[in-house]
Ligand binder design. Structure first.
Ligand SMILES: Cc1ncc(COP(=O)(O)O)c(C=O)c1O
Ligand SMILES: [Zn+2]
Length: 419
């Protein structure tokens, strides 16, 4: 493989545009403090790597895209596969909502149950290459569970700061994987600031989304996979749930890289979906202004963010791809979660269901047409937040274990289902 020093030109500042040498790694721009973006030598990469070479690669994990990742190598110990998740057609759902070309990118199938594994996997390798053995992150829950899982896989140390109110399943995952969990009596934004200070003071590697450009590089592999799975035809639309803006920034970056390599002919329109009660980025898009902090309140805990930390990348993703931002209510999120589960068998957490809710609203508003091709990102598993999912269902009372009781129960259940 091509040497990293040749492939990766540097990290470019999203605000002042300065390109910083990757040899001395900075999380944010040393000149102005804004976020950075990895910047590659695409001509050199295409002279050593082509679609056929990729097709011949038997590695189904995200490491098949190594030439486009900002690390030298890959983990030696890979007991679990990150990436390589299915892009599924959803015939029942397609019929229900009237879109023939609909795909769900099922990233609930990553090892810890969310798309965040992509960032953790690449970030942990980056930390190892920088010879930093402890990795700290702030997280609404999924990034933490993911860091804990992959640190366990690769034998590294993870320290997590998460809001104490994060869903118990996510906190349980973190502890099961053996990471150090420090619940914070505050929201995600408070945990974020503390994690940044802890990383600086202890000299630990920071995996926090929004200040580490390697995170969106890991997340961009979801777009690389979508394009390969669609045989290098970019869809018309990709719907992405947005909190900090790192995932959507990564989605854009993946398609951008492929456009630069000449492997796809156009960018898909990238749609940012936020909850009504946590919509700092969509508000900035709609008013064509800068991002202002909000007081986030939504059932979709993973996208509850006051001040998005990767906002510039999110705005760029939507603006450069001619996309748009859309918000959805908590009620619509929970209904969409149920509809997707019923019609596809994919059980998403509310944040992930928000993307699908965004598609339904866009269809209603005629922003998407029935003959458009659409990919919806399913970013996290519903098993991570059972309490939210239970708002839409009622677990039936137990019956006596005899046939007559079952007959009565079954008749009533069928009637309920018919309504
Ligand atoms: C399941 C899920 N979906 C969407 C998001 C939003 O990603 P970002 O904060 O990068 O915008 C998150 C972030 O925690 C998440 O866990
Ligand atoms: Zn700068």
């Amino acid at each position: 493989m091509l040497d990293l020093n040749q492939r990766l030109i540097g990290y470019r500042c999203l605000d002042c545009g300065h390109v910083h040498n990757p040899v001395s790694f900075h999380y944010t721009c040393p000149d102005c403090g804004a976020n950075l973006d990895a910047f590659y030598n695409y001509d050199l990469i295409t002279s050593h790597w082509d679609k056929q070479g990729l097709a011949d690669n038997q590695d189904r994990s995200l490491w098949r895209f190594s030439p486009l990742l900002p690390v030298m190598g890959q983990p030696e110990n890979k007991t679990i596969q990150v990436g390589g998740t299915p892009l599924v057609t959803a015939p029942c759902l397609s019929e229900e909502i009237g879109i023939a070309s609909l795909w769900i990118k099922d990233d609930t199938r990553n090892p810890s149950g969310s798309l965040k594994d992509r960032a953790s996997e690449v970030g942990l390798q980056h930390a190892a290459e920088l010879k930093m053995d402890t990795i700290v992150t702030a997280s609404t829950g999924n990034a933490a569970a993911s860091l804990a899982a992959l640190a366990a896989c690769h034998g590294q140390k993870a320290v997590i700061l998460a809001p104490a109110t994060a869903p118990p399943a996510k906190l349980t995952q973190i502890l099961q994987y053996g990471a150090i969990l420090c619940p914070v009596d505050g929201n995600y934004d408070a945990a974020f600031d503390l994690a940044t200070e802890v990383a600086e003071r202890f000299g630990w590697y920071s995996r926090s989304t929004g200040i580490n450009p390697v995170m969106s590089e890991g997340k961009k592999t979801v777009a690389l996979e979508i394009a390969e799975q669609l045989d290098w035809r970019a869809p018309d639309f990709v719907f992405v749930p947005v909190g900090d803006g790192c995932i959507i920034g990564g989605v854009y970056k993946g398609f951008y890289d492929l456009l630069k390599l000449g492997w796809i002919g156009h960018l898909p329109r990238i749609i940012a979906v936020q909850a009504d009660g946590s919509a700092a980025i969509v508000k900035a898009l709609v008013s064509n202004s800068i991002i202002k902090s909000v007081q986030a309140q939504t059932v979709a805990d993973s996208i509850a963010v006051d001040l998005p930390r990767d906002g510039l990348k999110a705005l760029r993703a939507v603006r450069e791809s001619n996309g748009f931002g859309i918000t959805v209510s908590d009620e619509a999120i929970l209904q969409s979660q149920k509809l997707m589960a019923e019609k596809t068998g994919i059980f998403t957490e509310p944040a992930a269901a928000a993307a699908f809710a965004g598609l339904l609203k866009a269809l209603d508003g005629d922003l998407v047409k029935s003959d458009n091709s659409v990919v919806v990102l399913a970013t996290g598993s519903g098993l991570k937040d059972i309490a939210a999912a239970q708002k839409m269902i009622t677990i039936p009372a137990a019956i006596e274990p005899d046939f007559a009781a079952f007959q009565k129960f079954y008749q009533a259940a069928v009637e309920v289902q018919a309504h």
